[in-house]
Design a protein around this ligand. Structure first.
Ligand SMILES: [Zn+2]
Length: 347
């Protein structure tokens, strides 16, 4: 591994990642506040290592209102037996702890989305400081990163893993194989609308395999999402040989494996053209046709104004369905994914 060439972090880490056994403690991030000038914010971190082998990094709570990942990772962190591990598992179940405790996507400390702050800055805002530590001090130890998300309060997702289209074919194939091993109904390869400052982009810049998940949303705990999160992280550990066993990727409908999908272009996204009350037609995971309505924007405060119909622009399956009833002009109300095609993807 290349030596770390990063600016010094202000966050302290009690865990020696090179030591065998189970190591658990709290990262301490300084946060000066009115009641405590030298106050810190404590972030749980657990490393389980045994001998030589790959390192899997599991992160949850990057957004504070996404619950399935923190539940699944903290459960694994309490129960993983070092004797059954070959390699290393670094677990951070609730990284953006101020947002997690506040039950919001954005950090209440600086009102930032940490997943738009990477690669961060140790002297920047609190979220930028956290982003910098994760990128500079944790990621270089990892061979694969699994970052567990849901759609939070803003949307509902089809139960899925996701990954960027990575130009390097060897890494792309490894990433797709890892996603397939996780074993959700869908794996979505996408080119996001605003991806340059995300954690995933940092992982990829370091040549590390990166998958994310979308395991529910609408601001509640998705029962099937938790089941898939738990099975999925076990599956990834098995796939990478960190624990023994073969991944179980059987789907509820009896099919044996994940369906690889993609979100190729901006036309996959439907936006609200005005403020209003959105009536969706579809739930996540449903098949739709281009030109068919994604839903109607209602103006119930006005007796004369007709609803605006918003159409899907692509055939496919709903990856993300609208969240809150009331939407603001510019909010995404639906995202459609299509079957994965490696040739189309490269173009
Ligand atoms: Zn998220």
């Amino acid at each position: 591994m290349a030596p770390l060439q990063v600016e010094k972090s202000r966050i302290s880490n009690p865990i020696d990642f090179d030591k065998d056994g189970r190591r658990a403690g709290y990262l301490r991030a300084p946060l000066s506040r009115n009641t405590s000038g030298w106050g810190v914010v404590e972030i749980p971190i657990i490393s389980v290592k045994n001998g030589k082998g790959p390192t899997v990094l599991l992160t949850g709570g990057i957004h504070g209102d996404e619950y399935e990942g923190p539940i699944a990772i903290s459960r694994l962190a309490r129960t993983l037996d070092p004797a059954k591990v070959q390699g290393r598992v670094i677990m951070i179940p609730a990284y953006n702890i101020p947002a997690v405790l506040n039950d919001t996507r954005l950090s209440p400390v600086d009102n930032r989305d940490i997943n738009r702050c990477f690669p961060g800055n140790p002297r920047g805002t609190f979220s930028e400081m956290l982003a910098h530590f994760l990128d500079g001090y944790v990621l270089p130890h990892a061979d694969v990163s699994v970052d567990l998300h849901t759609a939070g309060h803003s949307m509902e997702s089809a139960l899925s893993t996701n990954m960027h289209y990575v130009p390097d074919e060897a890494i792309r194939q490894k990433t797709m194989a890892t996603a397939a091993a996780f074993g959700t109904p869908f794996n979505t390869v996408f080119w996001g609308v605003d991806e340059g400052a995300t954690f995933t982009s940092c992982v990829e810049r370091r040549g590390i395999v990166s998958i994310g998940t979308e395991l529910g949303g609408w601001g509640r705990v998705n029962v099937e999402g938790v089941r898939l999160a738990r099975r999925g992280i076990d599956n990834v550990l098995k796939h990478w040989g960190v624990i023994e066993g073969t991944p179980d990727t059987t789907q509820r409908d009896g099919s044996p494996a994940t369906r690889h999908m993609m979100v190729r272009d901006p036309a996959s996204y439907s936006f609200a053209p005005a403020n209003g009350l959105f009536e969706p037609v579809n739930v996540a995971g449903e098949a739709v046709r281009a030109g068919s309505p994604a839903g109607w924007l209602h103006f119930v405060e006005d007796i004369d104004r007709d609803p605006i119909q918003i159409n899907h622009q692509r055939d496919g399956v709903i990856w993300m369905a609208a969240g809150p009833g009331r939407v603001t002009r510019g909010d995404v109300v639906a995202v459609v994914m299509q079957g994965y095609d490696d040739k189309l993807a490269a173009g």
